[in-house]
Design a protein around this ligand. Structure first.
Ligand code: SF4
Length: 372
């Protein structure tokens, strides 16, 4: 038995890699889920699935992926589209920077590569939003190149098999995992091997209660033999999201509400929302909402009334948003720090590209019941 913390072999030797690969492939070919992007070799469709699957569950992604491809069936079609239309097809998936990057990358592929995704990982990584993982996934799955992938699932599976008992986000731990992933992808069927690792992580080698008794690579797995699989991988402690307090208002004029569009870039960049902003230290919420409306839209507010609160957790921020309803005093809108504005009946807000926060805030400000 290996003493804890001492690894007899820091990586996968060629023999161990070959045996593991063979068991992974046999299991994957018999057990893989029939997902729509596994029925195509179109690099664009595969790239789209990888972009959508980051941060989002498979069952959620399937209908989005199908609708997006029907609307933008090629890199050229995506490159020619307005970003607004792309956001429209993304609405509800969240993490809108992915849609913005896809759109920008499609334009770059048309300009630099004549509309065809390159197979070379270094060229793929020059595209907006394409990091080491996505480049490896496209190169191996769409083009059959021997390139490794390391996402959360693969990280967990390999940290347990090897084992890696150090921080997998630190340089040394990450290097060991990438080296093992490269050893596995360095043989036949690299695309299937990579997908097998991801599938195993999703279905069998789960974060909690991994199904080791049913696992096809149990014989290769050090953590299973040592009985500490559930303690791996070791990741750095996550800092709690920063609390942020902000205000926003449903500002009405003639039955229509004011919506504003954030500038491109940054959190929620290019998306529509209710006007408002963060509370300054010691500032009262109603003072803050009047100040933000004045500074950002030039409007004064009449009949200001509180309309509840919603909470929303972004990756690094925990937002508490105090809501108000108000009438816009007479006067023209003069924008500052906002890209555009529209007056629209609240029921038509769905026509604007927006995140889930706007939907939540609008429901609350309109006094509708349902989850906030
Ligand atoms: Fe994961 Fe258990 Fe399989 Fe090891 S044996 S890879 S811990 S499911």
């Amino acid at each position: 038995m290996t003493p804890r913390g001492v690894d007899p072999e820091p990586g996968l030797g060629a023999g161990r890699a070959a045996a593991l690969r063979s068991d992974l492939l046999a299991w994957y070919r018999a057990n893989r889920r029939d997902l729509p992007w596994r029925r195509t070799r179109d690099p664009y469709a595969i790239w789209l699935s990888e972009a959508m699957l980051q941060q989002t569950r498979v069952e959620t992604v399937i209908p989005y992926w199908e609708r997006f491809l029907a609307r933008f069936p090629s890199v050229e079609a995506l490159a020619e589209a307005d970003l607004e239309a792309v956001y429209g097809m993304w609405a509800g998936l969240g993490y809108y920077s992915r849609a913005r990057n896809l759109h920008a990358a499609a334009r770059a592929i048309v300009e630099r590569h004549g509309g065809a995704l390159p197979s070379e990982p270094s060229l793929l990584r020059e595209l907006p939003g394409v990091g080491r993982y996505t480049a490896g996934a496209i190169a191996s799955i769409a083009f059959g190149r021997p390139e490794p992938v390391l996402d959360g699932n693969v990280e967990r599976v390999l940290a347990r098999i090897l084992p890696v008992r150090e921080d997998v986000k630190a340089k040394a731990g990450a290097a060991r995992l990438w080296a093992a992933a490269a050893a596995l992808a360095g043989g036949p069927s690299p695309g299937d091997v990579n997908q097998a690792l991801m599938e195993l992580g999703a279905l069998v080698c789960t974060p909690r209660a991994p199904r080791c008794l049913a696992c096809p690579v149990r014989a290769h797995c050090a953590a299973q033999a040592e009985g500490d699989a559930e303690l791996l991988p070791v990741r750095p402690a996550r800092s709690a999201p920063r609390p942020v307090r902000a205000v926003a208002a449903l500002v009405l004029r003639g039955g229509r509400a004011l919506f504003v569009k954030r500038p491109a870039g940054g959190l929620l960049g290019g998306l529509w929302e209710l006007p408002g902003g963060e509370l300054a230290r010691g500032e009262k919420p109603d003072d803050a909402v009047r100040r933000h409306l004045r500074e950002r839209t030039g409007l004064e507010l009449d009949a200001l009334a509180p309309a509840g609160e919603v909470e929303h957790v972004f990756t690094h921020r925990h937002l508490r948003l105090r809501l108000f309803r108000a009438d816009a005093a007479p006067g023209r809108v003069r924008l500052d720090g906002i890209e555009a504005h529209r007056w629209l009946a609240p029921a038509r807000a769905g026509e604007l590209a927006h995140g889930t926060l706007l939907a939540k805030a609008l429901r609350r400000a309109l006094g509708e019941t349902g989850p906030a």
